[in-house]
Design a protein around this ligand. Sequence first.
Ligand code: SF4
Ligand code: MG
Length: 316
Amino acid sequence: KLDFAGKMLAKLGAPVKDETVHAVDGVDLTVTKGEVVGLVGESGCGKSTLGRMVAGIMPASDGTIRWHGKELAELTGADGRRAKLQTQMIFQDPMSSLNPRLRVADIVGEAPLVHGLTTRREFDGYVDEQLRRAGFDPSLKRRYPHQFSGGQRQRIGIARALAVQPEFIVCDESVAALDVSIQAQILNLFMKLRQDLNLTYLFISHDLGVVEHLSDRVVIMYLGRVVEEAASEEIFARANHPYTQALLSEVPRIDARKKSFAGVKGEIPSPLNPPSGCHFHPRCPHAFDRCKLERPALKTVAPGHRSACHLNDRVA
Ligand code: SF4
Ligand code: MG
């Protein structure tokens, strides 16, 4: 058994250059056991790339990923397989990640059987338990994925992930394709599973509103860089970075937050050829000379709250 004292640390260096892959540049992300971290940004900001790297699906061109204090790349044999299994990824579109030729029971039970987490004899009971946990009726397990709705398919995907007994789940826009009422059900399921199974999540979303209710900590990314990071309540009460403030103004809320920003203005620039200095300067209502020239460092603005904006130096 791996020790739980360590942290999952992804320190990713040089940008990944590829036409289809978005750059992730010098991101340092730590997810502590039991924590739910929300990773938020517009599409193309590199959050999916970062999620894939953290899940070990995509290699980082530079940097390291640690699992319980040990470098993931150096874990071999049974330890390596275990570390891989214990991180599961749940995607936006379950259809593309569920094998259409397999029945639900085999989709869920295949990996645990291969990895010796269940046996042929116990297979049915094991599969039923996973499906039940995911809120899916086990009596339908002989059917195929296309026979179900998007929400039910996402439950199959969740049951498949749970079946290998993960401790860390990376959710990449896992509810983005679902109707709002179904979204709420799936989000509630994630939170129930967190409690029941002591799971840790990296919850990736373009929607700060989705992340608000389930994250302990929120990390905001813009064009491959982390621009702000704080406890969830802190981000929502005292967002520091102009980009985060603009994102927040897009979240519909009952208490009618002051509309000092009308959302994020302008198109997101190409991540492969980002603007100089602060990547956000062409869209920032507060930009000044220094912003075009110098990259702002991520600095502590309050305990546990970091932000990368030159305005913080001005005030000081
Ligand atoms: Fe805006 Fe300048 Fe701050 Fe960037 S560094 S967010 S451009 S004020
Ligand atoms: Mg994405």
